[in-house]
Design a protein around this ligand. Structure first.
Ligand code: FMN
Length: 188
């Protein structure tokens, strides 16, 4: 049985300071259900994946995996790069999933949000990421889908000001909370 408060870990697939996706993750931190806490992890500093480094994984990777393990569920906020997810995000996920027998993401409930300056809001990146959830053995929520289109109009000085989007984020976080409880015991 899950202990309350639940602990989410959130990370964003953009490194730039003014990132809409980082801002969206920050907004999520302010819109959590009462009995949920979220830690955000900055994937900056995770080196490029290399099997040769696995024996003694880089310290940033070890910390990332530890923090994932300490969490009940995962929130990923991603931009769309060329119809897919940015390499920095894929790289972080690849590290967290290895070695094969030590995949920190396996069994975790997960939700995704995306923001893009374009009219499709990063939807295609979300579906690419969802494909990876199969092999990662993660358990995504299906709805609501938080796809933030025309992001430049929805944030002011890094704050999510669009009321409809804020409501969707609240609904997504509540759904991830309920889903996590429904899935029951933590995977070992
Ligand atoms: C290499 C690159 C590829 C991009 N490809 C897409 C794309 O396929 N679809 C899209 O909607 N936006 C695309 N964009 C625009 C991003 O959505 C936009 O830069 C967004 O602000 C990035 O997210 P961030 O603000 O969190 O850094 C691309 C941007 C970059 C730098």
């Amino acid at each position: 049985v899950r202990q309350l408060p639940l602990r989410f870990i959130g990370f964003a697939g953009s490194l730039r300071a003014g990132s809409y996706n980082r801002s969206l993750l920050r907004a999520a931190g302010e819109l959590l259900p009462e009995d949920v806490e979220m830690e955000t992890f900055d994937i900056e500093g995770i080196p490029l994946y290399n099997d040769d480094l696995l024996k003694e994984a880089p310290s940033r990777v070890r910390l990332f995996k530890d923090r994932i393990r300490a969490s009940d569920a995962v929130l990923i906020v991603t931009p769309e790069y060329n119809y897919s997810i940015p390499r920095v995000l894929k790289n972080a996920i690849d590290w967290a999933s290895r070695p094969y027998a030590d995949n920190a993401l396996a069994g975790k409930p997960v939700a995704v949000m995306s923001a893009s300056t374009g009219m499709l809001g990063g939807a295609r990146a979300q579906y690419h990421l969802r494909q990876s959830f199969v092999y990662l053995d993660m358990h995504p929520i299906n709805k609501p889908e938080v796809i933030v289109t025309y992001a430049a109009k929805k944030f002011v000085d890094g704050r999510l000001t669009d009321e409809k989007t804020r409501e969707k984020v609240i609904a997504l976080l509540a759904t991830l909370r309920d889903w996590t409880i429904r899935l029951g015991t933590k995977p070992s």
